[in-house]
Design a protein around this ligand. Structure first.
Ligand SMILES: NC(=O)c1ccc[n+]([C@@H]2O[C@H](COP(=O)([O-])OP(=O)(O)OC[C@H]3O[C@@H](n4cnc5c(N)ncnc54)[C@H](O)[C@@H]3O)[C@@H](O)[C@H]2O)c1
Length: 248
């Protein structure tokens, strides 16, 4: 059955790859981003898929309520929600160099947005007795990275939010899981402060057992599996796709 799939943070990187992957199975894709995600939609439509772009700052309660009202009015029930939007904020910064704004930027984007989006889709999913949510966390939920302490904490919060909510919603037929990417070749891995060191890419991938960065498409495959019927016995699972960083 063809489904309505909402992918947040779908203007670029991993979110764009997830949206394209999901569209290949014939589902209607609803892209959401604070930036223009029409490039993602154009790519899907060029390949014969169905997609619509919505703009929203997912940190804002009222904007998220309005977003889901508009999506449901335009397309009906939401079957699958992929909470992928995220930011590393300003980095690298030692914790004593950060401000309260840094805290809110990172936590509101990475954690509050997941809460707000889940809160909007769950009533409909409960009513229908089915629904799937996949939250994108990070390997940095489980390990440290210099100058990124707030980001690491935010991804730890996404993991535990996923686990707690998954158990609560399982009785309503809703499956919620998290995927933790390792270093993936997107703009996110470039420090936002100071020069991007020439060996930045090497530093990121040197920690992987594969000695390379992951591709957004490699994460999209894992996410799409977690969203599929093949993952029917997975509830509150935290799926690593990190090129072996944590195992090393
Ligand atoms: N790239 C990596 O190495 C890596 C590793 C682990 C986890 N992740 C996670 O994967 C997800 C996708 O990251 P990416 O690497 O594709 O980076 P990206 O910067 O390409 O994508 C993030 C997207 O989120 C959107 N976004 C940011 N703030 C938003 C807001 N307030 N409202 C709506 N949209 C907003 C951005 O506009 C962007 O399109 C993030 O949650 C990130 O933390 C990435």
């Amino acid at each position: 059955m063809k489904k309505n799939v909402v992918v947040t943070g779908a203007a670029s990187g991993i979110g764009q790859a997830i949206a394209i992957r999901a569209s290949q199975d014939g589902h209607r894709i609803i892209t959401v981003d604070i930036q223009d995600s029409s490039e993602t939609v154009a790519k899907i439509i060029a390949n014969g898929g169905k997609a619509t772009a919505y703009s929203c700052d997912l940190r804002n309660d009222g904007s998220v309520i309005d977003l889901f009202d508009r999506i449901e009015e335009g397309h009906g029930d939401i079957d699958i929600l992929i909470n992928n939007a995220g930011t590393m904020g300003r980095w690298p910064l030692n914790i004593t160099e950060t401000t309260e704004d840094d805290w809110y930027t990172i936590f509101d984007t990475n954690v509050k947005s997941v809460y707000l989006c889940c809160r909007q889709v769950l009533p409909g999913m409960r009513k229908r007795g089915c629904g799937i949510i996949v939250n994108i966390a990070s390997e940095l939920a489980f390990k440290s990275a210099e100058g990124c302490t707030i980001y690491c904490a935010s991804k730890g919060a996404v993991v535990q939010f996923t686990r707690a909510l998954a158990v609560e919603e399982a009785k309503s037929g809703i499956r919620i899981n998290a995927v933790c990417p390792g270093p993936i070749d997107t703009g996110l891995i470039n420090p936002t402060l100071g020069e991007i060191p020439e060996d930045n890419e090497e530093q990121s991938f040197s920690q992987t057992a594969l000695k390379r960065l992951g591709k957004p498409e490699e994460i999209a495959e894992v996410v799409w599996f977690a969203a599929s019927e093949g993952a029917s016995y997975m509830i509150g699972s935290v799926i690593m796709a990190d090129g072996g960083v944590l195992a090393s």
